[in-house]
Design a protein around this ligand. Structure first.
Ligand SMILES: C[S@@+](CC[C@H](N)C(=O)[O-])C[C@H]1O[C@@H](n2cnc3c(N)ncnc32)[C@H](O)[C@@H]1O
Length: 459
């Protein structure tokens, strides 16, 4: 293993020039993603995806040229006026859009009818936007939607061999795939997990990196669950569990790294699924010098049992961030409507605590499975986001693997997530990748798993 400061797939064909920047136009992202996605597929799946694309709307330039060819008899000055009008309209649109930070995950920026038809189902929340965490330089990950699709093709058969078939209270398919995929991309020298439960996530890490040492921290040893049913205990894992349990924040990481002969902490991947305040965990990881973190439960504002990155970054200056507790507002109406469709959607009554406190969960910073809650002021919440932004190189939310018409999930609101890897309507592709073989329930647990890359700190 080399001693580079960032973890990269050693065989990745991508060079640094492929690193995408968040401020890149989203429409070009989508177009490129579609092309990449097609070329990533086996030929039969690709042809299926092409079939799906038949129902897609035609490109605007094609439509324009067809239109112009039909109106060839119209005077050039009329055509010129039309172009000037369109140009000015697009300038106005981009000006207003530029006043706020629009998330690359924002369904509003997915194109489609969102801006013009705020009542359409998918665009409801797109109209409000979806918050995200800004990083210092606007950098994002180097992997692409093509890599995600290829990964899915490889991961489905692996997932089918999982030892714990019913992992209720643990990860479902989306996050299992996300963790496996991120670990495979980063190829760390050591993987640390906090929150093992019966050991499913340990098994996922092991599938991604068969030879790499794991350290697992969990109050109850996964072996304990073996007495009652399936569990997974790894042979190349050091367990700080059961009577040896130590909380992540209390481990002497310097000593543990020496014992594991790890000299470069940038080559360590930390996975948190322990339902602790994520701000606290980021500060502890930062203090220890770790730079690559994955959080399983990145709860949306108003939901969940701990303060999450998504909640921290929900701020007025981010498009879709900041909320109104006003009962007679567009947001209140949209929230009430979405709640009819999605179990985890929250209306304004649930979102807001006393004195119109909407941040975190009803103005509280939750911690430790909701056993410890601290009301925080808006100023404190705001400063938390500024702190996160000041140390962040990359914030990447795993997209859901497929749209709800394919997975039949009814829990999370898809408009509060980025576009799925397999969009609604691509049934053939969903089937060809083997996803149709999985029970619907494995798609219910998506909570915006996030990968963070912390910037290198000066020592
Ligand atoms: C949601 S479960 C983890 C599920 C597991 N990652 C999986 O995918 O199957 C949360 C786990 O965190 C453990 N936990 C509770 N407090 C913890 C702490 N302070 N540090 C680490 N784990 C903790 C719980 O005992 C439980 O096993």
């Amino acid at each position: 293993m080399n001693n580079t400061t960032t973890l990269r797939h050693p065989h990745s064909p991508k060079s640094t020039t492929t690193a995408t920047m968040l401020d890149r136009s989203v429409s070009s992202r989508r177009a490129a993603a579609d092309t990449e996605a097609l070329s990533a597929l086996p030929s039969d799946a690709a042809s299926d995806a092409v079939d799906d694309s038949k129902t897609k709307r035609q490109h605007i330039s094609l439509l324009a040229s067809k239109y112009l060819s039909r109106i060839g008899h119209v005077s050039p000055s009329v055509i010129l006026s039309l172009f000037v009008f369109l140009f000015v309209a697009s300038l106005i649109f981009h000006y207003y859009r530029g006043l706020v930070c629009v998330s690359p995950y924002d369904p509003r920026s997915r194109g489609g009818p969102g801006l013009f038809l705020p009542d359409a189902l998918e665009s409801d929340f797109g109209y409000l936007g979806v918050p995200w965490c800004r990083s210092k330089q606007g950098k994002t990950v180097e992997w692409t939607s093509k890599d995600l699709l290829k990964g899915l093709e490889e991961f489905v058969p692996i997932y089918e061999t999982r030892p714990i078939k019913n992992n209720m209270y643990g990860m479902g398919f989306d996050h299992s795939f996300g963790l496996w995929f991120i670990a495979r991309q980063l190829k760390p020298d050591l993987m640390i997990e906090s929150g093992a439960f019966k050991g499913h996530s340990t098994w996922v890490l092991r599938q991604a990196m068969p030879e790499t040492k794991i350290i697992s921290l969990s109050p109850r040893h996964p072996a304990k669950y073996l007495q009652k049913g399936p569990a997974y205990v790894d042979g190349n894992c050091t367990y700080f569990a059961g009577k040896d349990f130590v909380d992540f924040g209390s481990v002497s990481w310097g000593n543990v790294m020496k014992q594991h002969r790890i000299s470069n902490l940038s080559r360590v991947l930390i996975f948190f699924d322990d339902h602790q305040n994520e701000l606290k965990r980021v500060k502890q990881a930062l203090k220890a010098g770790f730079r690559h973190l994955v959080f399983e439960d990145n709860y949306d504002t108003g939901t969940g049992d701990h303060y999450s990155l998504r909640q921290i970054c929900d701020q007025f200056y981010i498009k879709g961030g900041g909320h109104s507790c006003f009962r007679d507002s567009d947001e209140a109406r949209i929230r009430a409507r979405r709640k009819n469709f999605w179990e985890k959607a929250v209306d304004v009554e649930e979102l807001c605590g006393p004195d119109e406190t909407w941040w975190g969960v009803r103005g509280e910073m939750r911690d430790n499975f909701n056993h410890s809650n601290k009301p925080i002021s808006y100023m404190e919440h705001f400063q938390n986001s500024r702190f996160i932004e000041s140390i962040l190189d990359v914030y990447w939310e795993l997209p859901p693997v497929a749209g709800p018409s394919l997975t039949h999930q009814t829990r999370y609101d898809p408009a509060r997530a980025s576009s799925p890897i397999i969009e609604d309507g691509r049934f053939g592709l969903f089937q060809r990748l083997g996803l149709g073989r999985l029970e619907n329930s494995v798609f219910n647990g998506y909570t915006q798993m996030v990968y963070l890359q912390i910037s290198e700190q000066e020592s």
